[in-house]
Design a protein around this ligand. Sequence first.
Ligand SMILES: *[C@@H]1O[C@H](CO)[C@@H](O)[C@H](O)[C@H]1NC(C)=O
Ligand SMILES: *[C@@H]1O[C@H](CO)[C@@H](O)[C@H](O)[C@H]1NC(C)=O
Length: 245
Amino acid sequence: MLSKVDTFIFILSIRMCFSKLPSTITTCHRNDPDLENCIIKAVETVRPLLPHGDFGDGYRSPPLEPLNLDNIELGGGQQFHAIFSDMQVRGGSNFIINKLKANTSSMAFDLLLTLPRIDFIGSYLMKLNILLLNVHGQGKVRGFCENATALVKLRGIRYFEDNVELAKFTKMTMRININTFKMHLDNLFNGDPILSEVGNMIINDNQDLYLKEIIPGLQKALSQQFLETANMMLAYTTYDEMFPL
Ligand SMILES: *[C@@H]1O[C@H](CO)[C@@H](O)[C@H](O)[C@H]1NC(C)=O
Ligand SMILES: *[C@@H]1O[C@H](CO)[C@@H](O)[C@H](O)[C@H]1NC(C)=O
């Protein structure tokens, strides 16, 4: 992973080397009466490139597939404590844009997305006291969620550098709402097959306990990653090139 400073220098050096967008990125006229649809189409066009982040002609963004998340720590009390690590998340680039509100002059974009299916694998460590049962284990975890929705607010600024107007995104916030979530923990109760099955059933039946804790971490990690990708695209271009008159 590139550090923030490395990414910044990387973006700066790209801007100095290339003065023109890669042919894979479509631009939209800022006064397009159907600006929203134009942007949605432009995103659809680059979508196949988002998993690996190779935009051609030497242009790259951070790969979105898989998305690596580490050290999601939940609970911490006597009743519930869990750590998820080395998580690999797949499916994030298959988002569907249900709604978009765009204001290019103030660089404000609001999106409503559906994530049809997200799959994840990783490692876990968990202790859960529930129904007089002490569910515990450490091992591999896998799972998926279906039809999650995300309300995304992307905010940016326009600014001048050497008399050239540039744009960048400064903030992305995300509210995720998860519909169906299923998770399987290997090796609960040291792998005892019957207790393991019971434990997984209990864990899946009591998602209220942990989903509301997982979601903020997920929102933060995804926002950060998507913000970098969005800024990579702006880094290649000036405001006038990205949103021509
Ligand atoms: C865009 O935002 C600016 C500043 O907030 C506002 O003045 C303008 O009316 C907005 N344009 C559209 C098309 O909503
Ligand atoms: C997800 O949404 C699709 C399309 O709306 C629907 O066909 C499917 O049944 C949904 N799946 C779940 C698990 O809700």
